[in-house]
Design a protein around this ligand. Structure first.
Ligand code: PLP
Length: 394
């Protein structure tokens, strides 16, 4: 008889957002017709910007004509996209070869797929509270997980410690769920640690476009020595509203080697075997994000989410609840009032004011007692949720 991957049995039986959906659906069944203010899941509310839509339309038309039709695309990404992204990094002072950029179908896919490159005996460090997929993808592979806790005492930005025994180091900055962002010195310390140890950093930069403090790094490759210890995984989901369109990119420097193997070559081998590339249409849409017009338009949308963040943080300031994030990141991470645990606070907000957020405990044990608000909602909905919060605590 076939033997299944029994590591799946070790997964928590309910994925965080699935559990939230179950609870909200149960509430709606007993309160039919009630409107919910959804500040929970990190899906965007603004449509794709004009430059992207135009590029997508033109690409569809290209596919209708023999002279401009594209069949299979290069597995690692179209040169026009890879060159645009490399040029975008160059504007920030990071020099990349275009073929160090790989087109992807989104950061989630990459965060899971890239684990193919590492032995299952390598240990993965996850800084908690954390995006749940890091832990789950490694549990599925049977990998040992080193949970590193963070909290208010270190601004949710822990530093490496010589006793840390891990080989794959997840770093998400700006962070989901806490909104914390590593500064240059703090990120440099992780790069130095990874190089000393021979570990590899998986740098999740899904929210880099939300950084407004110019002293903070957007890319790990702004740090000295990162080319020999890091992979950067990026997404257009939150940057440019691609959650339902699906595109991202991954940067793997050619200088990154372990056990005499070049990680870049391994990933080319992986992609050329396991994928047939991202569609021409999507890559055209993705490339439009990196034009001057695309950048201007996506930053105008990001401002809408930043205004939502201000609306919510103003409400929390009025109530007098502790929070962080919401400035260089699209998430606000607040402490639950009166020592409430995070699922109790979830139920409290759902029952009392029909506002849905995300319980901090879903991001790891040290997230208990905290709660996450997403700023990706519709501005009117967010304003109403903020008003309801203030009234509830008056
Ligand atoms: N990484 C982080 C930290 C995220 O929060 C998310 C989505 O919420 C992703 C990756 C996944 O992004 P994508 O939509 O590109 O799969």
């Amino acid at each position: 008889m076939i033997t299944m991957n029994t590591h799946y049995a070790q997964l928590e039986n309910s994925y965080l957002f699935y559990h939230i959906a179950q609870k909200t659906n149960a509430y709606l069944q007993t309160h039919s017709g009630t409107h919910l203010y959804r500040m929970g899941i990190g899906d965007v509310s603004q449509p794709l910007c004009g430059a992207v839509i135009q590029a997508l339309h033109e690409a569809v038309d290209d596919q209708a004509r023999k002279e401009t039709f594209h069949g299979y695309m290069p597995e690692c990404g179209a040169p026009f996209l890879r060159e645009r992204i490399a040029a975008h990094y160059a504007q920030r002072g990071v020099t990349l070869d275009a073929d160090e950029v790989f087109a992807s179908g989104g950061a989630s896919d990459e965060l899971g797929d890239i684990l193919d490159l590492f032995d299952t005996r390598s240990a993965a460090m996850v800084i908690e509270p954390a995006y749940p997929a890091y832990v789950d993808a490694n549990v599925m592979a049977g990998r040992h997980i080193v949970h590193v806790s963070s909290g208010r005492e270190n601004g949710f930005l822990p530093q490496p410690d010589a006793s840390l025994q891990a080989d794959i180091l997840y770093i998400c900055s700006p962070n989901n769920p806490t909104g914390a962002v590593f500064n240059r010195a703090q990120l440099q310390a992780w790069v130095d640690f990874a190089n000393r140890r021979g570990a590899i950093i998986l740098f999740d930069a899904a929210y880099e476009a939300f950084i407004e403090d110019e002293t903070l790094p957007h890319s790990i490759f702004e740090m000295d020595g990162a080319r020999t210890c890091a992979i950067e995984i990026c997404s257009l989901s939150k940057t440019a509203g691609f959650t339902g369109t699906r595109m991202g990119y991954t940067v793997i420097p050619k200088a990154l080697e372990r056990n005499g193997m070049r990680i870049h070559d391994m990933w080319v081998r992986n992609r050329t075997t396991k994928t047939n590339g991202i569609s021409y249409i999507l890559q055209k849409g993705g490339a439009a994000v990196f034009t001057a017009q695309g950048q201007e338009q996506i930053h105008a949308q990001i401002q809408i989410y930043k205004q939502n963040a201000k609306t919510l943080t103003n409400a929390l300031d009025r109530i007098g609840l502790w929070y962080c994030g919401g400035k260089n990141a699209p998430y606000i991470w607040m402490q639950c009032p009166d020592g409430m645990d995070s699922w109790t606070f979830f139920d409290f907000l759902l029952q009392k004011i029909q506002v849905v957020g995300t319980p901090g405990a879903g991001f790891g044990q040290c997230g208990e007692g905290y709660f996450r608000f997403s700023t990706f909602g519709d501005p009117d909905e967010t304003a109403q949720a903020a008003r309801r919060l203030v009234e509830l605590f008056r």
